[in-house]
Design a protein around this ligand. Sequence first.
Ligand code: FAD
Ligand code: DLZ
Ligand code: SF4
Length: 510
Amino acid sequence: MTVLRIILGDQLSADISALEGLDPGSDIVLMMEVMEETVYVAHHKQKIVLVLAAMRHFADDLRQRGVLVDYVALDAPENTGSLTTEIQRAVARHRPQRLVVTEPGEWRVDAMASNWQSLTGLPVEIRKDGRFFASRARFADWARGRQVWRMEYFYRELRREHAILMDHGQPAGGAWNFDALNRKRLPAHTSTPERLRFAPDAVTRAVMALVEQRFSGNFGSLDAFGWPVTRHDALLALNDFIAAGLPRFGDYQDAMKTGAPFLFHALLAPALNLGLLSPREVCDAAEAAWRSGSAPLNAVEGFVRQILGWREYVHGFYWFVMPGYEDCNAMQAMRSLPAFYWTGETPMRCLREAVASTVRYAYSHHIQRLMVTGNFALLAGIAPREIERWYLAVYADAYEWVEMPNTLGMAVFADGGQMASKPYAASGAYIDRMSDFCSGCRYDVKQKTGPDACPFNYLYWAFLIRQKDRLAKNPRLAMPYRTLAGWTAERQAATLAEADGFLDEIEVWR
Ligand code: FAD
Ligand code: DLZ
Ligand code: SF4
């Protein structure tokens, strides 16, 4: 009896549920490179290389373990270009008795998978994805009992349940949260570690050539491609982070520096999201570093909070609010995405830096995503779906389940507060405090109005004025709204006019 076991591009884990019970003598693992998955957004070239190269290496690893793998390459002449039609073709080739797949990570593909049984006429077993600390059902149970959902409370439950950073039932160090220690500005001459990058091998280079040929017009450059594409290299990347990044991860988690996009960040999201690393082993490695004295608790808790906290929370949240969430637009934001998000051609230095590292590495760190490109989109009123598609396209770690809540919920507050308690709106002062960008910028961060004023300054106030009916009652925005109450109607009108004038000009930056 042949079982056809389907492995999708972000399911590259040896212990994935679809492979449980595999009989190497008769079962076949099907992996498919298909145009449909490479074009549903116009991915950064590095993202396509990363996924296809990791898939090819994973298939090789399976074969070395004696597993029969049917691998459909993107340029195979008979490739029909979609997961569904390739599965139908594979069924005709192998005549299996049934199909097994792990639940797909995105709603779009999950919807496709629900048709595979009727389209093939065979039983299709869709197994749970065990690669998260919390299943989709675990989050749903937690969320159903509450009117307000906040990551902090879910995180604390998971810390207890999985005994991570716990001592005798209490949080290690006596507190759940050390965030107050984690907002330092990077002192001017602090050196940042050289990070381990991985030179592409022959398999990856072949994919790079294919991508340069087929996706030459896509965003981004392949020159600096250095992501791990195998389990072996992903483990080396984890060790590198634990030694070189983690000790100062907490202190400078929110810092930004010109020409230093990686700082002390993990650079592990691409490998985690493909399944090359498990969140459990990553958290365990961080905790072990603290217990052995090689990293301080504020760094380790801050890091664990990102994985066990944010990553699990957005995963459960996505599956709880989909479908429908993708259309939210609570701020009624309608403006088109400015061209500089793709070209980087803007005199605003903070934005230029963020786009530059995005082009070069398919990466920018969380604070650049949230407080620079995200903050600008929020203040400028960019249509949520446009900015959401941008984030999905441009980062090596981008999959809808993690990207969409971060963009719509956290960055542009399009869900009106389902995910975050207030919009992460900030003026230029925040960027100046956390970075060295402003000193070299054409704009003056200290000026509030006028042609040389930092645009974030008047955009921030114009946003609050415009959104007063929706936001003024939010207790976390009481302070700025008290300040605004002291402004005359003329001053408010002038601020709105200055912001509108600036936003209308943006398209000339080409
Ligand atoms: P670090 O900063 O070192 O953090 C460690 C790990 O924690 C990450 O590898 C990641 O797995 C996890 N993590 C941290 N923050 C978050 C978060 N907010 N949500 C979920 N996991 C988190 N992350 C993605 O993995 N894919 C995305 O498509 C994505 N899109 C984002 C879009 C926006 C608008 C924002 C504000 C954030 C987004 N994030 C996304 C979250 C976060 O920015 C990235 O996980 C992080 O920058 C990846 O780099 P790193 O591995 O160096 O992470
Ligand atoms: C992102 C991606 C790309 C670019 N290409 C493929 C592919 O050719 N074949 C495949 O199985 N998966 C690919 N992926 C990842 C899928 O889009 C991923 O499985 C879905 O996003 C579901 O999470
Ligand atoms: Fe960005 Fe304003 Fe600073 Fe320029 S002055 S880098 S636009 S925050």
